[in-house]
Write a new protein. Structure first.
Length: 239
């Protein structure tokens, strides 16, 4: 449990640091930005007098489109191995933002972890080609035999695009990066001799305010990264 918690903490820190994505500036990926509700996982659209109640995911003065987007995001029927919780979103990326953390809980494995942010600008953003932008970060430890595969970054990116397509997600203007890192331990350091990690940062624009399929696709991306089969498919070795 400590190892999993540490992995989630490291992933969250990297997510908050961020990097440049199509239509999304990296400024604002900072834990020290003011104006965020520590427990609600929502920024206040520039209104310091707004408040979010325990029963509401967003402040009462939030635009209806944004409220609907967040409601559908939280109500998505995700698979049982996924754990979704609200976290603080990055600030200053958009007038309104909301964020969740998603962890894939696998038995006897590291699993995968990710963060998904929804940004809303009622006036739209030219770089987004729309009003609602989703920003995703995914991290997973990979099997040692995949470390030297030159196609690994392209495969990792296909996990995202294929998940979006398979769920019929209405989106446009997708872009991002995939980073592969290999760490080798020396001396008296606990853990395997070598580990390979894949990090994906991507963003895309939702063309409809219902974000149900977006969340389902992101969870499937993490599940694939964790080495799980598609939902409903049994692995013969597990019987």
């Amino acid at each position: 449990m400590r190892r999993a918690s540490r992995a989630r903490g490291d992933a969250h820190a990297k997510f908050l640091r961020g990097q440049s994505l199509p239509g999304v500036s990296a400024r604002g990926f900072s834990e020290r930005d003011p104006g965020m509700l520590a427990d609600s996982g929502v920024t206040l659209g520039g209104d310091p007098t707004a408040s979010a109640g325990d029963d509401d995911a967003v402040p009462s003065n939030a635009p209806e489109v944004f409220r609907h987007a967040v409601d559908t995001m939280l109500a998505a029927p995700i698979r049982s191995v996924a754990i979704l919780e609200r976290i603080r979103p990055p600030q200053r990326l958009a007038p309104w933002s909301f964020a969740v953390a998603v962890d894939i809980d696998t038995t006897g494995a590291e699993g995968a972890t990710g963060r998904l942010v929804v940004l809303y600008d009622p006036d739209g953003a030219e770089a987004w080609d729309g009003e609602i932008r989703l920003v995703a970060y995914a991290q997973a430890d990979l099997a040692a035999d995949m470390a030297g595969d030159p196609l690994l970054p392209a495969v990792g990116w296909s996990w995202l695009t294929e998940a979006l397509e398979q769920h019929g997600v209405p989106y446009t203007a997708v872009g991002g990066t995939v980073t592969q890192t290999t760490s080798t331990r020396f001396g008296d350091v606990h853990g395997p001799r070598s580990t390979t990690q894949l990090e994906l940062r991507g963003s895309w624009t939702a063309t409809e305010p219902d974000l149900t399929t977006h969340v389902l696709a992101f969870v499937d991306l993490l599940a694939v990264a964790a080495g799980l089969p598609p939902e409903g498919v049994a692995v013969l070795g597990d019987r």
